[in-house]
Design a protein around this ligand. Sequence first.
Ligand SMILES: *Cc1c(COP(=O)(O)O)cnc(C)c1O
Length: 400
Amino acid sequence: MCEVFKGSFTQQEPICEAGIKAAVEVMRHGRLHRYNIAEGEIAETARLEQEFAAFMGTDYCLAVASGGYAIALALRAVGVKAGDRVLTNAFTLAPVPGAIASLGAIPVFVEVTQDLTIDLDDLAARSDQAKVLLLSHMRGHICDMDRLMEICDAAGVVVVEDCAHTMGARWRGVLSGRHGAVACYSTQTYKHINSGEGGLLISDDAALMARAIMMSGSYMLFARHTAAPPPQEFDSIKYEMPNISGRMDNLRAAILRPQLARLAQQCAAWNERYRTVEKGLQSTPGLTVISRPREEEFVGSSIQFLLLDWTDAAIAGLLDRCAARGVELKWFGGAEPAGFTSRYDSWRYAPSQSLPQSDRILRAIVDMRLPLTFSLEDCAQIARIIRAEVGAVWQSPGVA
Ligand SMILES: *Cc1c(COP(=O)(O)O)cnc(C)c1O
């Protein structure tokens, strides 16, 4: 009998006891709204902002309702207006082009490389088409950030970073999110810290951050933010910025603070799992493991591999065979968007573009989550199953 994996690819760890305790305290006192504070109290939300700013080494942080909200807010705060074009990755998830479209702006997709990062030559070629790049570190793959910043600085392109999959990761020692003008994180259940829904936005730019805080729904209570520019920074903008409410609440912040404190440990645990699966998949005929540059200290909360130039039928067949053995793989190349995955050409509100290189790569990407509820033995077993099934399909005629 073939071995079958019994674990769940969507089951995250429970909230740690410290998080549960802090959440219960907030519910007991009832001050869930971030601006509802007792005399002298600093709200959980403001504390989370201080702690995330300290962790990231930034001056300012704002906690909001979701990662997607943080991205749209960052785009507004850098001045994107309806009708503007915004460069972004062809390989990303729907909330990224969605945030651009939510402002009435127009996504311009940049090709993806075989390493699953933004193609910097294609970016350079398109850098005169927009004033802003929304850079998605999709599935935690970080491009050469030094070269990316050179290209964008030379072209006068402002960089907004989507770090939904790179909280805690680094490029050449610099934390992911510290290269661009502003960076956005998600605290949704499947990301690196979990409050169900939630987002964080960081920047060192006082004027940008004052605009973001005002628009997030601070009313005239911005002085209650503690990882924020001084109140005088708001003088010239407080009548200009529309209130687009999307605040975080104290309950979520209370759940997140203890998780942030052990993020480094969690990242190490993800990477052990990633390296175990990666090792099990190395040199499997027909399967391409993604190469990770030495400069990249990634967080392996998911893993991808490529089935380059396989037929659609062969890939679909492999996914079925793996599913029958309990291994849930996602395919970015499917003609119809499914679950969380979709392709740039499924976002029909964006002008259609021809991206032949991305078409070939996207068709080949197979994606798998690595929740921390998996043991290292689970990961080794998953790799064995994939390897055996790829071997079986690869040997049959008409695969590629
Ligand atoms: C999850 C995610 C987002 C958006 O985060 P939400 O909190 O779900 O709105 C943005 N970009 C990427 C790449 C994501 O995976």
